[in-house]
Ligand binder design. Structure first.
Ligand code: XUL
Ligand code: CO
Length: 435
């Protein structure tokens, strides 16, 4: 049975096509900068936004029309797996991501949740074996259930910490069963509502404690996914400890987790933190911690996490430039942590939205590859820092100078000539790569 009888496998048809169910830019086998597009992009579909998001918002009821609801929660869960793999196969997306609660109902007890997860992951594994589609990452949802009202690893309640640990253990067992390449922690409730009652140092020590338990358990079961921490400054918590890439790296370094953890960076989380996506990617890259990307975009006029499908070619080009500079994103990927708008409620909108995102990343990749080939940024930066490649500059960066020797040099200077950056010209030239 098909959930999308009117949608065939999405093919690349080029920009002239009028077929909405076709790629106009993403041509999976096309070689760009030495690799096929699909090798560069490693697209993943997110289970939560695609299969469980219902289109409700704080003011309105669900709008999404979905045909996978069955007589019981487990029947719905099984139907979702079938529909999900139909989407993945037809899109040609080779990876997927999920939270534990996305794929199976929690039931009335932890045992029941474990049983439900076992049954559904058996089914998922069958589809993975049949199609060759792979698990980019899974994670434990430790933020939706009321028990996590005061945090999961950062909770004040030791029983809640234990429950969170049990969810992480199961998450790693599932990761091993399905060959997950990464394992994500996003601390939706790991932060505070008010500092008046919060012991920040204690809470952060406990978060690190849970991560160390996860590393130790992975070693014990012989499964070592790349662990990823996903920064976000706020929402749902008023302040989240993993505020942005820099703050999260400081945490990783403080607790000596560099060998096991990298970052999963999300575009809309970057903008919520007051950064661009390319800023976050650059912070991670220069610290050898660029792990994976959650692809989406915010709305410049709204101050919350709208998780829109990425369609901004400018931003995506700069993000993909960072990925190319990093030598690629593997074992991470490009996960569409994006949801259809409330008014895009038809089943087939799930395809149109992913096609839009995939085409945008294909355009971004191509533009970024051309920028790299032309040494657009390389030449710009080489010229900008030229004074450090000769004379006194070269001596400074080879650590041959000190305050006294530089003072002597500075006293001999008659005229310091600084140059204009011609930023408007640079931006105008950059535009030529985007169309
Ligand atoms: C929330 C968010 C999450 C994480 C995984 O803003 O991005 O979906 O990606 O928990
Ligand atoms: Co995310």
């Amino acid at each position: 049975m098909s959930y999308f009888p009117n949608v065939a496998k999405i093919q690349y048809e080029g920009t002239k096509t009028k077929n909405p169910f076709a790629f106009r830019h993403y041509n999976p086998e096309e070689v760009v900068a030495g690799k096929t597009m699909k090798e560069h992009l490693r697209f993943a579909v997110a289970y939560w936004h695609t299969m469980t998001q219902d289109g409700s918002d704080p003011f309105g009821n669900p709008t999404n029309q979905r045909t996978w609801f069955g007589a019981t929660e487990m029947e719905t869960a099984r139907n979702r797996v079938e529909a999900f793999f139909e989407i993945l196969e037809k899109l040609g997306a080779e990876y997927f991501c999920f939270h534990d609660v996305d794929i199976a109902p929690e039931g009335d007890s932890l045992e029941e949740f474990y049983q439900n997860l076992d049954e559904i992951t058996d089914l998922i594994k069958e589809h993975m074996d049949r199609t060759g589609i792979k698990l980019l990452w899974n994670t434990a949802n430790m933020f939706s259930h009321p028990r996590y009202v005061n945090g999961a690893a950062s909770t004040n309640n030791a029983d809640v910490f234990a429950y969170a640990a049990a969810q992480v253990k199961k998450g790693l067992d599932i990761s091993k069963k399905l060959g997950g390449e990464n394992y994500v922690f996003w601390g939706g409730r790991e932060g505070y509502e008010t500092l008046l009652n919060t012991d920040m140092g204690f809470e952060q020590d406990n978060i690190a404690r849970l991560f160390k338990m996860a590393i130790a358990y992975g070693e014990k079961i012989g499964h070592k996914p790349q662990f990823l921490l996903e920064p976000k400054p706020k929402e749902p918590s008023k302040h989240q400890y993993d505020f942005d890439a820099a703050t999260t790296l400081q945490f990783i370094q403080k607790y000596g987790l560099e060998g096991d953890f990298k970052l999963n960076l999300e575009a809309n989380h970057a903008t919520l933190a007051g950064h661009t996506f390319e800023h976050e990617i650059e912070v991670a890259r220069i610290n050898h911690a660029l792990g994976s990307l959650d692809a989406n975009q915010g709305d410049v006029l709204l101050g919350w996490d709208t998780d829109e499908f990425p369609t901004n070619v400018y931003d995506v080009t700069l993000a993909m430039y960072g990925v190319l500079e990093n030598g690629g994103i593997a074992p991470g990927g490009i996960n569409f942590d994006s949801k259809v708008r409330r008014s895009s409620f038809e089943m087939e909108d799930l395809f149109l939205a992913h096609i839009a995102g995939m085409d945008t990343f294909a355009r971004g990749l191509k533009a970024a590859a051309k920028l790299k080939e032309d040494r657009f940024f390389d030449d710009l930066k080489e010229k900008r820092y030229a004074s450090f490649h000769e004379g006194i500059g070269e001596k400074i960066i080879s650590d041959q100078e000190d305050l006294e020797s530089l003072t002597e040099y500075a006293l001999g200077l008659k005229d310091i000539k600084v140059e204009s950056s011609h930023i408007e010209y640079v931006k105008s030239c950059l535009n030529d790569y985007l169309v």
